[in-house]
Write a protein that binds this ligand. Structure first.
Ligand code: C2E
Ligand code: CA
Ligand code: CA
Ligand code: CA
Length: 278
């Protein structure tokens, strides 16, 4: 079920989200999708350069729409965030990812972290409890789970954000900071947050190696992350040249089409045996 080269999406008419009817159509569609299971997850490998193995997966939502075909999250997550439906969607994703972890755990698959994306709205004092419940409900070890959060979540009251993060970390669930570099987080705050991994946004990877600015930004983030004792992963690595550059400047983990596109759970297990030596 690997995604095709163009992403395999059928985009709905871009005029549609400009008109109210289109928004209502999508909004009621998302509600139905939650009920009749039109959403599903694909998994994209995260590669550890030292072992040349898969060390994790990012769960990425897809919507199989009965009339429109496959709809990309970039076309419905923003509307879901506006309408508040994102809370139910994120809850569905957490459930589905934990359910899949349980299937893999039962099958004796070696544990690896499944990273779930959380929208900013999700980051509340109720989050640790909900994560704990999900782990308990599916009876999976917390080493199976990781949460990808964004810089905008760190902008709220720092003390309460740190408290929420500490609670999540205490469960054994790891946290990574997604789209790093695109937000406005104060660098001095970074060391206060119990973040395991900084995830360098694809926009900085794209221009490597031709664009000297992108090269400088990526290598600066990598060395800063290391000095602050965070792990660092580059997303959207598509080419050998990007891979080589990032490896040279000390990036330990990578994710992107160069290694694997997002694939179904069935296809993902096969990647676990693969040696990503280049
Ligand atoms: P993101 O969190 O930055 O996720 C990475 C996106 O980059 C994914 O797009 C992935 O398919 C794509 N990607 C991975 N490797 C490459 C590459 O080498 N080249 C290129 N060009 N793209 C690559 P996707 O799956 O379309 O997701 C888009 C965004 O939608 C995600 O960006 C994330 O912000 C959001 N999203 C996806 N799934 C969920 C979800 O379950 N919950 C929430 N709240 N947001 C989600
Ligand atoms: Ca992400
Ligand atoms: Ca993101
Ligand atoms: Ca990104």
């Amino acid at each position: 079920d690997a995604e095709s080269a163009n992403g395999g999406y059928v985009f709905y008419d871009s005029e549609m989200d400009k008109n109210i009817a289109g928004r209502l159509y999508l909004e009621s569609g998302m509600q139905r999708a939650l009920q009749v299971q039109e959403f599903y997850l694909l998994y994209q490998a995260k590669i550890d350069l030292h072992s040349a193995q898969v060390i994790g997966a990012e769960a990425l939502i897809r919507w199989q729409h009965p009339e429109k075909g496959m709809i990309s999250p970039v076309d419905f997550i923003p509307l879901a965030e506006e309408t508040g439906l994102i809370l139910q969607i994120d809850a569905w994703v957490l459930e589905a990812a934990c359910g899949q972890a349980r299937i893999w755990q039962d099958a004796g698959v070696r544990p690896f972290r499944i990273a779930v994306n959380l929208s900013a709205k999700e980051f509340a004092f109720t989050l640790p409890g909900r994560v704990r419940q999900a782990l308990l409900r599916h009876q999976i070890a917390s080493e199976w789970l990781e949460l990808e959060i964004t810089e905008s979540m760190l902008m709220q009251n720092t003390d309460s954000v740190v408290a929420i993060m500490d609670e999540i970390t205490a469960l054994g669930v790891s946290l990574s900071l997604d789209d790093f570099g695109t937000g406005y987080s104060s660098l001095s705050c970074l060391k206060r947050f119990p973040i395991d991994t900084l995830k360098i946004d694809r926009s900085f990877i794209q221009g490597i190696p031709a664009d000297p600015d992108d090269c400088a930004i990526a290598s600066a983030i990598i060395s800063m992350a290391k000095q602050l004792k965070h792990k660092v992963i580059a997303e959207g690595v598509e080419t050998r040249a990007q891979f080589e550059f990032l490896k040279t400047v000390g990036c330990d983990e990578m994710q992107g089409y160069f290694f694997s596109r997002p694939v179904s759970a069935e296809d993902f297990v096969q990647l676990l045996d693969k040696n990503f030596c280049f």
